[in-house]
Design a protein around this ligand. Structure first.
Ligand code: FSO
Ligand code: SF4
Length: 550
């Protein structure tokens, strides 16, 4: 196997024996085959589109397939086999549609990914031996750009899926995903052309996050300032993790009046900020911390856990909570119960996990108190006068965008120390699970404005961009980079890649990215990012603080 798509890639170069994340070589292989297949399917989807045809099944399959291959989303090999089975059926149907419409193309000129045929698991596995990242891309810079583009597109797919679950979609977004995937098969594209596509990917990153923001806020209202309880009650309960708010809604509805409480975990914490979810009395608050602490926290939660997306950490063989894990949507884990998708217009059926919860003990308390959040764009813009006043009087010297992801490696202590050492006249703007490195520190407030403003999930980084653009307008600046905002972003997986590309597209410069730069950036591609956008890594807290504050 070879995989280097996330920040924890082994030795900073790539996982080759087993994923640091727990991905087995078998799952890595079948993911490679699926990725390869979807590139070929994209070629046909693009031909169809050029002829005015949009195929919803193809769009959905590619979106789901991409999401399933994101770090920590799906560890269940069987689900990838099924996705390939389904994909070949969809491809046959699409070819039939093209044929019926008299759309002609020369099959002999198509990339092999489009003409590859297989119909069994063993054939999928055999293909995996030929279509790994290193086999497909011999040139280091081309490989780097193709993978950067692919990971950005995976991020887009994840956000597009959450939006679609709430009935929002934009065909231009699917079109870009497929154009990008096809581009990764085109040996005639130059480094400049691929770089152009990577930047264009950022544009669609902004679009898809805006779409998801619209989907979430029109369904559940605008996030508002909220004190979230982090203690527990004395009822059996379900812990819901991941990012999908539609699943949150279905679960809250179905647990109503059952005696089963609901708590959020990790990236689901921001569900607490939405008005529509606050009306449920059995929605207690948030339990635990960022994704990588789940081994301890799931033990003590005592009840079943529902993963709607990543980040899953495969449990140890003897983990007490192993039988309490449920997955749904694009997430999957061998041995866990997978709750099927909702049918068109219907709801997911969470009865099994609810019945399971009733038999479990209530959660063991691991902390007490409250954390504050809900500072998405609508709420912050309501506070704009107060914030502008604080900047004008010098009460706030600078904002630090510290959005992104958390991870298990020790070097991420940097972010806790950085937050602690920031001068008292600075404010952290955050989104994503990166916040758990500092959201429980007593950092205080500035004239009533908390020093950590949490906008929400990683996709709510979009809110931070909207806030920055609003401030640029209020201060009548020409360039977003003239604002007193510094960017010290922590990344982990491919959704953070699209967030980064989106910020670059919006013109944000001098972003510091840590704890390490991506393994998939070749020295030349890294140089392009450094020279054109001022991207930099991190060093020590004290050194970086000097750079940021000057
Ligand atoms: Fe975190 Fe995991 Fe939201 Fe990611 S829980 S790391 S960037 O899935 O998507 O922030
Ligand atoms: Fe390694 Fe990350 Fe790939 Fe997992 S997702 S195999 S940790 S590079």
């Amino acid at each position: 196997m070879f995989c280097f798509q996330c920040q924890e890639a082994a030795k900073g170069t790539g996982c080759t024996i087993k994923g640091v994340c727990g991905k087995t070589p078998e799952v890595a292989g079948i993911q490679d085959s699926l990725m390869y297949f979807m590139k070929g399917l994209s070629i046909y989807a693009n031909i169809a589109r050029e002829n005015g045809l949009e195929d919803d099944s193809t769009n959905k399959l590619i979106m789901d397939g991409l999401f399933m291959t994101i770090t920590n989303a799906n560890f269940d090999k069987q689900r990838f086999v099924e996705k390939l089975d389904e994909g070949f059926i969809i491809r046959t149907k699409l070819l039939q549609i093209l044929d019926n419409k008299g759309i002609k193309f020369d099959k002999k000129t198509l990339h092999e990914s489009a003409t590859w045929n297989a119909s069994s698991q063993s054939e999928y596995e055999k293909k995996a031996m030929e279509v790994g990242i290193l086999q497909l891309n011999k040139n280091e810079d081309i490989r780097s750009l193709r993978e950067l583009l692919t990971y950005g597109i995976k991020g887009i797919a994840a956000y597009a899926e959450h939006a679609l679950n709430l009935g929002e979609k934009k065909n231009e977004i699917f079109a870009f995903m497929q154009k990008g995937l096809e581009a990764t098969t085109n040996d005639n594209l130059s480094v400049d052309e691929l770089t152009g596509l990577v930047l264009e990917c950022g544009k669609y990153g902004v679009e898809v996050m805006a779409l998801l923001d619209k989907a979430n806020t029109s369904a559940y209202g605008n996030p508002e300032i909220t004190k979230v309880n982090i203690g527990v009650r004395n009822n059996p309960a379900i812990l819901i993790s991941g990012h999908d708010l539609r699943d949150m809604e279905d679960l809250l509805e179905q647990t109503k009046d059952t005696g089963v409480d609901v708590y959020t975990h990790s990236e689901m914490l921001p569900a607490n900020y939405y008005p529509a979810f606050k009306k449920y009395n059995h929605f207690v608050g948030n339990y635990g911390n960022a994704w990588w602490k789940q081994k301890e926290e799931f033990e003590s939660f005592n009840g079943p856990i529902l993963f709607t997306t990543n980040c899953i950490v495969p449990p140890m063989k003897n983990a007490s909570y192993k039988d309490r894990i449920y997955t749904t949507g694009s997430s999957g884990l061998e041995g866990a119960i997978h709750i099927p998708n909702r049918t068109e217009g219907g709801k997911k059926d969470f009865s099994e996990i609810i019945e399971h919860a009733k038999k479990c003990a209530s959660p063991t308390e691991i902390e007490k108190g409250e954390i504050i959040g809900g500072f998405a764009h609508n709420q912050v813009i309501q506070l704009a006068d107060k914030i502008v006043e604080a900047v004008k009087t010098g009460a706030i010297r600078k904002f630090f965008v510290m959005a992104g992801c958390d991870g298990r490696m020790k070097d991420r202590d940097y972010y806790t120390e950085f937050a602690e050492k920031l001068p008292k006249d600075t404010v952290i703007l955050t989104a994503g699970c990166a916040k758990y490195r500092y959201n429980k520190l007593p950092l205080g407030d500035i004239n009533g404005i908390p020093r950590v403003l949490d906008a929400g999930q990683c996709n709510d980084s979009y809110s931070l961009a909207v806030i920055a653009l609003k401030l640029k307008e209020v201060f009548e600046l020409n360039d977003i980079n003239e604002l007193p905002i510094a960017y010290n972003i922590a990344w982990y997986e491919q959704k953070a890649v699209i967030v980064l590309l989106a910020l670059l597209y919006l013109g944000v410069k001098n972003i510091h990215l840590g704890p390490t730069l991506p393994a998939f950036l070749s020295p030349n591609v890294a140089n392009v990012l450094v020279n054109n956008f001022g991207i930099a890594g991190i060093t020590t807290v004290d050194e970086d603080m000097k750079i940021f504050l000057n």
